[in-house]
Write a protein that binds this ligand. Structure first.
Ligand SMILES: Cc1cc2nc3c(=O)[nH]c(=O)nc-3n(C[C@H](O)[C@H](O)[C@H](O)COP(=O)(O)OP(=O)(O)OC[C@H]3O[C@@H](n4cnc5c(N)ncnc54)[C@H](O)[C@@H]3O)c2cc1C
Length: 457
């Protein structure tokens, strides 16, 4: 089929674009997927260390309550050769007290508080039954009901359920640790959906943390791309979209930087928020609100990847580290244990990750300070860690991953200003799931909507 005669052109080949294209195929449509990079899924490449070790901090959720979820089903749709390890339970470590808790799967509020209590800087006794009551309201919702609360602040909702200030504060401490931020940031930004999706995914065991083999790029994105190639979806690698073509007010395709055009009945944008304005003829109000908000939230993350010649940490599980006030300090990923195929024989690999708001990043000393924070923390927790490190790689970048968990404006699923234009990236709503799965769900949900709209037209 010539590329100027497809049903849908999907721009951006991250997980959201890959899943959108696969689910469009499932709906019986013909998509073309545009990847500006030499291969799809570029953002999910690992840090390569030693002979063959691969460090990564993206551990996609497999959402069994959503029938496996977006990427899991995309792999089935295009028969992609995807395999993954299922991560063991998340652990909590309170740096000051040394208190550790294993997050066993906790379906109920009572069970959740049993394992999360070490995070809260004071005894829960008086508040416990009230806290359980409010938590239970969130646990009893369907995922659709939760998704409908994507624009509702957690703090507002807790108040509406009769929660007082202390209870609200405790919920924010829990939300902060689940979303890798501080209670203050959680209080200001986190939505009911953000808190409950993380809680139910990570703590209630409604989703499974995975580690694709050997990593999310080679083990998930690249096979999905190959599966799309083999299933009748043209994947244009190394092609950058310069502009969405709008004719008579309607999106009718995209212009590529190399001068080609791809004409389609609908255009799905699965690019990161900051890339959107350059693709439009002007920034529409429906877009600017979401982009301004996302820019306000733009933080930084820092990651260290340490290849070790001995088991310096003794950790076996993904572990979130908090301070005495309940602030999240880092997530630690003992890769040799949670993703055995990522680490070469005779070595241990530890990845550490911390997220910072703009202000916190400046305060800690930018890139260098953030990396130092992570290395110092690991040395403090595991004396001898630096000495055991035979290779170190670091990464710092701006990130938007908190954005879908917040209550601020989101990109609409479908543009009201430009018929035929859909937003399918993780900055759009509605989504379900979180992180990589949230991005994939944005793509999959949009694919179903586009199919319904095209069938009706
Ligand atoms: C440090 C970090 C840690 C994370 N950890 C986790 C985790 O543990 N678990 C988890 O589930 N999630 C995690 N996430 C979140 C997850 O990685 C993202 O939510 C997800 O990858 C976003 O996918 P996406 O497809 O929406 O965006 P992207 O992966 O950014 O894809 C967008 C694509 O669009 C392309 N593009 C942009 N403009 C154009 C153009 N003009 N023409 C063609 N192509 C274009 C880009 O090249 C890019 O490939 C993490 C994120 C970060 C930053």
């Amino acid at each position: 089929m010539p590329s100027n005669d497809v049903d849908v052109v999907v721009v951006g080949a991250g997980v959201s674009g890959l899943c959108c294209a696969a689910h469009l195929l499932h709906e019986g449509l013909t998509p073309t997927l545009i990847a500006e990079t030499p291969e799809v899924g570029w953002a999910l490449r690992s840090a390569n260390l030693g002979k063959s070790s691969k460090g990564f901090v993206q551990h996609p959720m497999m959402q069994q309550n959503l029938g496996g979820g977006s990427w899991f089903n995309a792999a089935r749709i295009v028969n992609a050769d995807v395999t993954y390890h299922i991560g063991p339970a998340l652990h909590l470590l309170n740096k000051e007290t040394g208190a550790r808790a294993e997050l066993k799967a906790c379906p109920s509020a009572s069970a959740i508080l049993g394992v999360l209590a070490p995070l809260v800087p004071f005894p829960l006794d008086d508040m416990r039954s009230e806290l359980e009551r409010v938590l239970n309201l969130g646990l009893m919702m369907t995922w659709d009901e939760m998704a409908a609360l994507q624009r509702t602040p957690l703090v507002q909702w807790v108040g509406e359920q009769g929660g007082n200030e202390v209870l609200t504060m405790i919920m924010c401490v829990l939300a902060a640790n689940l979303t890798e931020t501080t209670p203050a940031v959680a209080a200001e930004y986190v939505s009911v959906y953000g808190m409950m999706a993380m809680l139910r995914g990570l703590v209630s065991g409604e989703a499974v943390v995975t580690a694709p083999c050997p990593d999310p790029w080679e083990g998930l994105c690249v096979p999905l791309g190959k599966g799309l190639d083999a299933s009748g979806c043209e994947v244009r690698r190394g092609s950058k979209v310069s502009q969405i073509i709008i004719e008579n007010g309607r999106a009718v395709g995209v212009a590529l930087e190399n001068g080609d055009e791809v004409r389609a009945r609908a255009v799905a944008l699965a690019v990161g928020n900051p890339r959107i304005p350059a693709l439009l003829d002007k920034v529409y109000d429906e877009v600017s609100g979401a982009l301004d908000y996302a820019a306000e939230l733009l933080g930084h993350d820092a990651c260290t990847y340490s290849l070790l010649d001995r088991d310096a940490s003794g950790l076996t599980n993904m572990t979130m580290v908090a301070d005495a006030m309940g602030n999240n300090l880092a997530y630690l990923f003992p890769m040799n244990s949670i993703a055995p195929t990522s680490t070469e024989e005779g070595k241990w690999l530890m990845c550490a990750q911390a997220q910072f708001s703009k202000e916190a990043y400046a305060e800690i000393g930018g890139n260098d300070g953030a990396v130092k924070h992570l290395l110092d923390l690991q040395e403090e927790l595991f004396p001898g860690f630096a000495d055991a490190t035979v290779e170190l790689k670091t990464m710092t970048h701006k990130h938007h991953w908190l954005n879908p968990l917040t209550h601020g404006p989101k990109l609409p699923a479908q543009s009201a200003d430009v018929p035929g234009l859909y937003f399918a990236g993780d900055g759009s709503a509605p989504i379900q799931g979180i992180g990589v799965e949230g991005a994939g769900q944005a793509g999959a949900i949009r694919a179903r909507q586009i199919a319904a709209d095209l069938r009706a037209s």
